[in-house]
Design a protein around this ligand. Structure first.
Ligand code: ADP
Ligand code: MG
Length: 265
């Protein structure tokens, strides 16, 4: 199978007046086209740094990153979409105009791309809200709009940085379910970073467990759920609890008692 993205022994440090902070150390992994990869690790272990490296906001100090088999460059980033914790929708623009934003910036706003935007709005239940302002939508709907704004640019790879953490618990579960189904339905490849283990298990095909800073790959866990099983359905299975406990132990050590995934997920 072809690899869309490859990290080969990547390390990265921040340099400031206060000194050097090693954020990521010797990170190697790959992402197959169409795969949903989650990266979990405690706060400050380098998850956002890892995404910044993928979209070339910064470059590795050591090691290399390959995208579609070639060294990652600024040009590669054109086919990479980035979705953040906050929806970053402009309050003075309608949902439709927000969704056109990336197309406008890239000078790709054409009748064809407008039609595609309308299709995505319709498909994902936001068409009737297209003339509303973001403040008139719920948090979950705004995150869906933010995802559509990214999808309308037809990215090959989606990067998601804790995209649900600003939402309340119930909205978070439903929105993660919706966004997971949309990403799978559109057959996109994705890298989701999160500190929420249950979110990772409910969404990903493979989970990269990072150590506290400097982030190192502690373990890679492949999940095995039926292709058409939604994130919410996954949460109700015994396998879900097993994967959760596996990662929990990996992050907290074997001596820690096993957390009952059922009570907190
Ligand atoms: P995460 O997303 O996992 O919470 P980050 O990738 O944001 O972690 O940061 C990793 C580490 O690098 C943290 O310890 C953080 O304090 C440090 N760091 C992040 N950005 C900077 C910066 N601009 N300058 C110095 N240190 C930084
Ligand atoms: Mg972060």
């Amino acid at each position: 199978m072809s690899h869309l993205l490859e990290f080969e022994h990547v390390s990265y440090s921040y340099h400031s007046i206060g000194g050097e902070t090693l954020a990521l150390s010797d990170i190697s992994f790959n992402l197959t086209a169409g795969e949903f990869l989650a990266v979990v690790g405690p706060s400050g272990c380098g998850k956002s740094t890892l995404l910044n490296l993928i979209c070339h906001l910064t470059e590795p100090e050591q090691g290399r990153i390959l995208y579609k088999g070639e060294a990652l460059t600024k040009d590669s980033v054109r086919s990479i979409g980035y979705m953040l914790q906050k929806d970053h929708l402009f309050q003075w623009r309608s949902i439709e105009k927000n969704i056109y934003l990336g197309l406008e910036i890239q000078k790709k706003l054409t009748p064809k791309t407008k039609e595609y935007a309308a299709h995505l709005l319709q498909k994902y239940g936001l068409y009737e809200f297209r003339h509303k302002k973001p403040s008139e939508l719920s948090g979950g709907m705004r995150q869906r709009a933010a995802l559509i704004r990214t999808l309308v640019l037809s990215p090959t790879l989606l990067l998601l940085d804790e995209p649900f953490s600003a939402l309340d618990y119930q909205t978070r579960l439903n929105t993660a379910n919706d966004i997971g189904s949309i990403i799978r339905g559109e057959q996109k490849s994705a890298v989701l970073v999160t500190h929420d283990l249950s979110e990772a298990v409910s969404l990903a095909d493979r989970i990269l467990v990072l150590s506290p800073r400097p982030g190192k790959v502690r373990r890679v866990i492949t999940t095995s759920f039926p292709d058409d099983m939604t994130a919410l359905k996954r949460r109700g299975t015994n396998e879900f609890k097993d994967y959760f406990n596996m990662i929990w132990k990996e992050m907290n050590g074997d001596e820690e008692s096993t957390y009952s995934a059922g009570t907190i997920c």
